[in-house]
Design a protein around this ligand. Structure first.
Ligand code: ZN
Length: 210
């Protein structure tokens, strides 16, 4: 028996005997519509396959490389916060999108991370089959491991198509998750400073999540 340990979804090149994603989408179409042979659907399997590969491309992201290229040693001990990082992910329960904004903050000890790397870390974990709670934790954990700060806080506000389009069909309902590590967990002042900075923005619009 061959053990499959690769995290990246198998492609045709990895396993010759299995149908490609494109072939699987072609097989799926007759279950979804009455006329799968019509012109408009001709190239759909190729498009869907390409789109899904992109939306799960985070599995092959090289996180250590993203992080290590942008570590700086500095004397700075105020909170660093990157707000309103847009992300788009796929819910692993329905393979439908969930999307929203993430706010990432940390209190440096002696290292900071290049600001542009934080959205790249978010993308690397968002472009996978996810649940919002895990996505939030993974971003926080990655920042923690990268720069060993005094603490990390991540808040994620998102809306889920699986709730909006089906099931409860609550179009304006959103979900908020957070991950508070180190001082963000143990020190109320630090956490409050972060929350007030983020709340200020969230109440002023955003996704309308209360
Ligand atoms: Zn879902």
């Amino acid at each position: 028996m061959k053990l499959v340990t690769a995290k990246k979804p198998l492609k045709r090149a990895d396993q010759q005997s299995k149908p490609s994603l494109e072939e699987l989408v072609r097989e799926m179409l007759p279950y979804l519509c009455q006329d799968p042979a019509r012109e408009g659907l001709e190239r759909t399997p190729a498009r869907v396959s390409k789109a899904l590969e992109f939306l799960t491309s985070g599995y092959s992201a090289d996180i250590p490389k993203i992080v290590n290229q942008a570590l700086y040693t500095v004397k700075y001990d105020e909170m660093v916060i990157v707000k309103d990082i847009e992300f788009f992910s796929l819910c692993e329960h329905h393979l439908l999108p969930f999307f929203g904004k993430m706010h990432v903050a940390y209190l440096p000890k002696n290292k900071v991370l290049g600001l542009s790397k934080i959205p790249r870390i978010v993308d690397a974990f968002a472009r996978r089959l996810q649940i919002q709670e895990r996505l939030t934790q993974q971003v926080a954990q990655t920042v923690l491991e990268a720069i060993d700060p005094v603490g990390v806080g991540v808040i994620c506000e998102a809306r889920h198509f699986c709730m909006m389009m089906r099931g409860v069909e609550k179009q304006h309902s959103g979900a908020i998750t957070s991950a508070m590590l180190g001082a963000f967990r143990s020190n109320k002042e630090t956490r409050d400073e972060f929350l007030s900075l983020v709340n200020h923005r969230m109440n002023g619009g955003g996704l309308g999540v209360q």
